[in-house]
Ligand binder design. Structure first.
Ligand code: GLU
Length: 376
């Protein structure tokens, strides 16, 4: 049954984000592995030959830079890691430019931070630039801007970064290529009976625990960040495949061959604006809801009306993403507020019919419309 699913789903995926991990592209003690890079480039171009659009998210800057700066292991100091990324990135991009160039294809470089995604204007700009590049037949190549990355503005890892790229692109498919075959029922290095899971219907807490528990696959392959990425994209309606880039081939994966672990998308594909609200934005304030309002938004999927709001925290303008919490402080969801913090505090607890009179201008009937409201 799962095979039929793959064959129906994957060939129809038009916009594809491919994420390539450091281990695939670099030698264990640093330095570029050019034959692997060439393989990736060939496979991406075959996908494009099938009429698909491909955006590449690449790691490897630090690994390549280690080779140049004479490190045999990843340096511990942040500034040294960033120095490796800075020298490695240009070498890495040069290699991609040469490899794609020999095949007659131009590439574009994106160096992004979490800040770029959180800001709705930048998020929109990245999308529009990408659309323009794809129209020109260019392959965008994305990495994190590691040089400026401090904890607050870092995406953190390229699995997450590739999910964010899927969001602005409304991609149909994310393929994460690493050095492990996919998600296993247990750590294959320590459990002889561990089995590869071919298809995951939904990323449930059970699935997350397979990747995150002590001594699990996570410790060997960074599986947890891949599962976080798979969850975010599949819940927005994109498919995701985690596969071994050494042994598998993108063409086969995209054709629906039984390779790696396929994470099925939810039925409803979200547009980039909703993906931004739900997965990318950082909430700027908090609305505390009474029990009735929690029930209404959770059980009846209603919009959030002012009557059920008991408190507002933080200062925010209208059109800002805010978090909703229950009376015990537990997160209920997040959504786009139609009013500023000052306005919400004035209309909180009041019937919707009074909103206009209180705020003094024509206004929506709800504080967060259900189309812009996402539950946790
Ligand atoms: N941006 C890092 C690099 O290019 C990789 C981060 C990651 O692989 O998650 O080396």
């Amino acid at each position: 049954m799962s095979q039929g699913l793959r064959e129906r789903l994957l060939p129809s995926c038009k916009r594809v984000v491919v994420k390539v991990g450091t281990r695939l592209l670099t030698h264990e003690h640093g330095g570029l592995a050019p034959s692997q890079l060439e393989r990736v480039v060939d496979q991406i171009l075959s996908l494009r030959g099938e009429g698909r659009e491909v955006v590449l998210v690449t790691s490897g800057a630090v690994g390549v830079g280690m080779g140049i700066l004479g490190y045999a292991t990843k340096p511990k100091a942040l500034a040294e890691k960033q120095a490796c990324a800075a020298v490695g990135q240009i070498r890495l991009m040069h290699a991609y430019d040469e490899a794609f160039g020999r095949r007659g294809v131009a590439i574009a470089q994106y160096l992004l931070t979490a800040e770029d995604f959180r800001d709705p204007e930048r998020f929109g700009n990245i999308r529009r630039t990408t659309d323009a590049l794809l129209k020109h037949g260019v392959v965008p190549v994305v990495n994190e801007n590691d040089v400026v990355g401090t904890a607050e503005i870092k995406v953190g890892d390229n699995d997450r970064l590739s999910a964010d790229v899927c969001h602005f692109l409304e991609a149909d498919l994310l393929v994460i290529l690493s050095d492990i075959d996919g998600l296993y029922t247990a750590n294959p290095k320590t459990h002889a009976d561990a089995a590869l899971i071919p298809v995951v219907l939904r990323v449930t807490p059970d699935i997350e625990s397979l990747a995150g528990g002590a001594g699990s696959v996570a410790s060997t392959g960074g599986m947890i960040t891949k599962i976080v990425a798979a969850k975010a994209v599949t819940e927005s309606g994109s498919a995701c495949v985690i596969a071994n880039g050494f042994t598998s081939d993108l063409r086969e994966i995209a054709a629906g061959a039984p390779v790696g672990t396929l994470f099925l998308p939810s039925e409803k594909k979200l547009g980039s604006r909703k993906r931004w609200i739900r997965f990318v934005s950082t909430p700027k304030g908090v609305l505390v809801l009474d029990d009735g309002a929690v029930k209404a938004v959770r059980d009846r999927r209603s919009s959030l009306l002012p009557a059920g709001i008991v408190r507002v925290e933080g200062g925010f303008a209208s059109g800002t993403v805010v978090e909703m919490r229950d009376l015990k402080g537990k997160a209920v969801g997040r959504g786009l507020a139609n009013f500023s913090a000052v306005e919400v505090s004035r209309i909180a607890g009041r019937p919707s019919g009074e909103i206009q009179g209180i705020v003094g201008h024509a206004a929506p009937q709800e504080v967060v419309h259900r189309d812009n409201l996402f539950l946790v």
